[in-house]
Design a protein around this ligand. Structure first.
Ligand SMILES: Cc1cc2nc3c(=O)[nH]c(=O)nc-3n(C[C@H](O)[C@H](O)[C@H](O)COP(=O)(O)OP(=O)(O)OC[C@H]3O[C@@H](n4cnc5c(N)ncnc54)[C@H](O)[C@@H]3O)c2cc1C
Length: 403
């Protein structure tokens, strides 16, 4: 397969780059440099600017507010967003529930929910995992019992990213307990302000509050919030998870981190000479770059593959495994380049005060270095979320190797 970049695409890259340069607020890009749990207000401002241009969700169908860009254009766009340090957009809305509503929602749901996602007005979170249903998601126990025009939802979700700042949650619930597990699951949209919902934050190891438990006690959800058909939620979730895994390959993000790594290696001294002149460290960067290049080509091949091809599920698992490993590795190498100095460069959660001195302030304060060690700690989770890598390997073993 040939992926040479055409002059049209080169021109497209210039257009995107120029737009981001002119339209993205400088304070947001400055905070975006630290690449860590962006503020909701920043994401919202960015999405409004992108939406005004019609670029908030290029991968959605054009009749839902997306674009008719080629896969290569969409890839270039993501590369430029990361390169400019634009904060990661509201992923659960833009990448997960939005495409599901476009594909399986009714017209009323499209009118009601999609504009708020595109404009950064409504934030979403993903309520799939439960205390005893993570890898084995189909064993989930949260129930939704139909009573007239409502479902009554009871149960608990866990590890729900950003539920503490989201407005809505999309959940998988059990609507039939008599049939086999996958066949009794439905996909519901729930307003987090509904009585009976309690969100309890969980502190993470890197001292941030993004993960949560969400409890549902007799929560009344209108039947109109069911996506598609009752008991067909597993089918919709599978499509969503395949997309989540493909985007977990994170190629544009790793490419940007690689530039940062090279910068840190060039500017950090070890025993009087730049790290970039220490051969073992340079060899590790080169090794990472080669594997990243191979991953990039694989992602492009998938983007050009036919939609709905069943082989894509297994390929998504493959990309997730390799992408998440490189995503971790590049962050670890950046932290390694920082050495002891990294300890003093932890961003404050509000994103405004980027230095915590703790008496350990380093003599060099490079903008590129702030937040590097915390990010390396958080990225330990990349091989867990979106489906643990061990489980993805099982899928590959079955679907690709026929084991
Ligand atoms: C930072 C972070 C953010 C997250 N955000 C969300 C979110 O927004 N919404 C949401 O719904 N979930 C979210 N999750 C949850 C995530 O999807 C689950 O953690 C993941 O699916 C694993 O499930 P589990 O934690 O229950 O682990 P388990 O399924 O209990 O697995 C524990 C260990 O056993 C291994 N294992 C399990 N089964 C097998 C098997 N069959 N073969 C081999 N090994 C196996 C796993 O690989 C893992 O190492 C998040 C997780 C993290 C870490």
């Amino acid at each position: 397969m040939e992926f040479s970049v055409s002059t049209v695409e080169l021109e497209f890259r210039r257009e995107v780059r120029q737009f981001l340069h002119e339209q993205m607020p400088g304070d947001i890009l400055q905070r975006g440099k630290h690449d860590f749990h962006s503020l909701r207000s920043d994401i919202s401002r960015v999405m409004k600017a992108l939406n005004a241009k019609g670029w908030a969700a290029p991968h959605w169908p054009a009749d839902c507010g997306g674009t008719d860009w080629t896969p290569m254009q969409r890839f270039i766009y993501l590369e430029e967003l990361r390169r400019a340090r634009v904060p990661v957009l509201d992923r659960p809305g833009i990448d997960l529930v939005g495409p599901v509503i476009c594909a399986f929602g009714n017209d009323e749901q499209k009118r009601r929910f999609l504009p708020g996602i595109l404009n950064g007005d409504t934030f979403w979170c993903q309520g799939f995992s439960e205390p005893n249903a993570g890898s084995d998601l189909a064993s989930l126990k949260t129930t939704a019992r139909r009573e007239g025009d409502h479902y009554i939802v009871n149960g608990q979700k866990i590890w729900t990213s950003e539920a503490n700042r989201a407005d809505w949650i999309f959940v998988l619930v059990r609507t039939d307990t008599e049939t086999k597990p996958q066949a009794g699951i439905s996909f519901l949209l729930i307003d987090l302000k509904t009585p009976g919902i309690e969100v309890r934050p969980i502190w993470s190891v890197e001292e941030t509050l993004t993960l949560n438990e969400v409890f549902f006690q007799d929560v009344k959800v209108p039947v109109g919030n069911l996506v598609g058909e009752e008991n067909k939620g597993w089918t919709y979730a599978k499509q969503l998870l395949a997309f989540e895994r493909t985007t977990s390959a994170e190629v544009p993000h790793i490419k940007r981190d690689l530039l940062q790594l090279k910068h840190l290696a060039a500017t950090t001294l070890r025993r009087g000479k730049p790290l970039a002149e220490w051969r073992p460290f340079v060899a590790r960067i080169a090794d990472l770059e080669i594997r990243l290049l191979a991953l990039e080509w694989s992602v492009l091949r998938v983007l050009y593959a036919r939609e709905g091809d069943p082989a894509l599920n297994a390929v998504a698992s493959l990309l997730k495994v390799r992408g998440s490993e490189l995503f971790q590795e590049v962050a670890q190498l950046c932290a390694m380049a920082m050495g002891d100095h990294g300890v003093a460069l932890i961003p404050e959660p509000d994103g405004h005060h980027m230095l915590r001195h703790d008496g350990l302030a380093p003599d060099v304060v490079d903008d590129e270095a702030i937040g590097v060690p915390v990010r390396a700690i958080f990225r330990r989770s990349a091989t867990i979320y979106g489906g643990a890598n061990e489980v993805q390997r099982n899928i590959i073993a079955k679907a690709v190797l026929g084991l």
